[in-house]
Write a protein that binds this ligand. Structure first.
Ligand SMILES: C[S@@+](CC[C@H](N)C(=O)[O-])C[C@H]1O[C@@H](n2cnc3c(N)ncnc32)[C@H](O)[C@@H]1O
Length: 288
């Protein structure tokens, strides 16, 4: 039987030779997964033998990965903000940059908003990544998690239940803010924002993800602009806040539209972990 060290090295080489990004990290995650080892054991158990059954399971994972299927779809989960979430091909794989959206929403909720019971809408919830984390960290919040596709809502439902937050997270099906039964204090949204024509030019892994989670229309702005209109039309409380994740190039047009729809709000831009303009904050309370 080969040693864990050899299997790890071989897996790394195979992935790297096929041009898989982050080949070492992915090899480690794959081996941890089939061996059911915690990360630390990968280094302390280098001489452990890898049984044939685990070797076969690893070979199947590697074969799928060489077709450029994302690792999160193969393993069936993705860690986001310290929480493991079920993922499948119906949902977008939560991205690290969206963790900034969660951080900022938590900051706004804990420091800035003077309301005993915060009502939040997570629009385009996907796996429920944002809603689940906000519910975990904000004991006083009620959260509506909205998406317009049943298979996506099934995944969100699973994640909401498995993290024990279903008492405070309500799933709604419909178009953006339209299904909300009441105005909310805070809207957080990572909506599809890729321009349609850019999608086929992006890395092969992205082509596995659902178009409905990526495609924001010709300029990538369609959903964000409609969401702002719905928010201004009574879905956001007068002193409410909107946090929108977007492409850095979209900041200017979305800021302009926000200024028209919320003339007395303070509009600011936040950067992501890569120091790129990534989030627009429309704060209707600050302008008062
Ligand atoms: C970019 S994904 C974000 C998923 C999740 N919030 C995250 O950050 O990982 C966008 C989500 O918006 C949903 N969506 C697309 N159009 C929508 C619409 N008109 N109304 C509600 N949700 C929509 C998609 O199904 C998808 O789950």
């Amino acid at each position: 039987m080969p040693s864990l060290r050899n299997v790890l090295q071989q897996t790394h080489r195979t992935l790297e030779a096929s041009g898989i990004p982050d080949a070492r990290l992915e090899a480690e995650v794959m081996v941890m997964n089939v061996m059911r080892f915690p990360r630390a054991a990968l280094f302390s158990e280098q001489e452990a033998e890898v049984p044939a059954q685990q070797e076969q399971a690893l070979a199947q994972i590697v074969d799928r990965r060489l077709t450029r299927e994302p690792l999160a779809y193969i393993l069936g989960y993705k860690e986001f903000y310290g929480v493991n979430l079920l993922v499948n091909g119906d949902v977008l794989i939560p991205r690290p940059e969206t963790e900034s959206l969660v951080e900022h929403a938590l900051f706004m909720a804990l420091m800035g908003m003077e309301t005993p019971e915060l009502v939040i809408a997570d629009v385009g919830t996907g796996t429920g990544a944002v809603a689940v984390n906000l519910a975990i960290h904000l004991a006083m919040a009620r959260i509506y998690a909205i998406d317009n596709f049943d298979p996506v809502l099934d995944v969100a439902n699973y994640n909401i239940r498995s993290h024990n937050v279903s008492d405070r997270v309500t799933l709604l099906k419909g178009d953006l803010l339209e299904p909300l039964p009441e105005p909310v204090d805070l809207v957080v949204a990572n909506l599809p924002y890729l321009p349609t024509a850019r999608i086929p030019t992006l890395q092969p892994e992205i082509q596995w993800e659902p178009a409905a989670a990526l495609d924001g229309g010709p300029e990538g702005l369609d959903l964000m602009m409609r969401l702002l209109e719905q928010a201004a039309d009574g879905k956001l409380k007068e002193q409410g806040i909107i946090l929108l994740e977007m492409d850095p190039e979209q900041v200017a047009p979305v800021t302009e539209r926000a200024g028209q729809l919320f003339p007395s709000a303070e509009v600011s831009v936040e950067k992501d972990l890569a120091q790129l303009d990534r989030m627009l904050v429309i704060n209707c309370a600050a302008g008062h």
